[in-house]
Design a binder for this molecule. Structure first.
Ligand code: F3S
Length: 283
């Protein structure tokens, strides 16, 4: 049987970099290690880190209670205020903010200092957007739908600098920018969407379209894994959504000539490898 594993399965570059930096600190540092927020939305990884002594700081007021150690900033990034608070406590910072997110921090800081009004197209409560807002000089406006565009009325006379949350849907971003443009605002648009999610989805779709069964690995509550599953299911009726190798239970195995495997953005490599090995060995 042919087993095709998607090259883009699992962690994107930024998440891998952040997770690797925690493990590298565990190996090389004697200090207590904290992450600001869980490093990744994956129970197994967070549990493993907890067992290795890594603690999670969940909100900014908890920083004041920490007086020594290393704080690792996850790929989503954080506001300048949080970086400063960590600094003031004399804690060591390991900044694992994804470079694509860091680039947005730099754009919004520079452009807002020049007097532009910053518009972020994204979800207001997402930690990445919270972090971006925290690098703006003054306030930013967050837009997620066409009704939100009304929030811009007050700034008719200002130049707008529009950026996007990295994981925002490109079609929706383009649609919202077009409306803002048609309304006659003076805009400077920087498309800061990261294509890692898109690449993963396109590859999953392509593989699912040519295999007899498709396996999608990821956490139950992972929305990007659910999306991957939907895309694959559309191409291949015989698609399975599993969390780990324990859930693997393929039907009519004798008739399968090819199996495709992909995984959501927060699925660690070892979980993917276990499934691949199992499929190769058993079937
Ligand atoms: Fe991942 Fe960084 Fe893109 S965290 S989704 S590579 S912006």
């Amino acid at each position: 049987m042919e087993v095709i594993v998607a090259k883009s399965a699992g962690f994107c570059f930024g998440v891998k970099r952040a997770v690797d930096s925690v493990y590298s600190e565990i190996e090389n540092s004697e200090k207590t290690i904290y992450t600001y927020g869980p490093i990744i939305h994956n129970e197994q990884v967070v549990k493993d880190l907890e067992n290795k002594g890594v603690r999670v700081i969940n909100e900014k007021k908890e920083i004041e209670a920490v007086d020594k150690g290393t704080v690792i900033i996850r790929s989503h990034g954080v506001s300048k205020e949080i970086c400063d608070m960590i600094d003031e406590q004399n804690l060591r910072i390991v900044d694992a903010t994804c470079p694509f997110v860091k680039k947005i921090h730099n754009i919004v800081r520079e452009e807002s200092e020049k007097g532009k009004k910053i518009v972020i197209i994204g979800n207001d409560n997402h930690p990445e957007v919270e972090g971006i807002k925290g690098w703006v000089f003054g306030d930013a406006i967050v837009i997620n739908s066409d009704t939100d565009i009304e929030k811009l009325e007050r700034f008719k006379d200002l130049s707008l600098c529009i950026v996007s949350q990295t994981t925002f849907n490109y079609k929706k971003f383009k649609y919202l920018v077009e409306i803002i443009d048609k309304k006659g605002y003076d805009i400077n648009v920087v498309n800061t969407i990261c294509n890692a999610t898109h690449v993963r989805q396109v590859e999953a779709k392509e593989i699912a379209s040519r295999v007899d069964a498709m396996i999608v690995i990821g956490g139950k509550s992972s929305s990007n894994t659910q999306k991957l599953y939907d895309i694959c299911k559309n191409e291949c009726d015989n698609t399975y959504y599993i969390q780990t190798v324990k859930d693997l239970n393929l039907c009519n195995v004798e008739s399968l000539k090819s199996i495709g495997i992909t995984a959501g953005a927060s699925t660690p490599k070892n979980i993917i490898e276990e499934v691949v090995l199992n499929v190769r060995d058993e079937f």
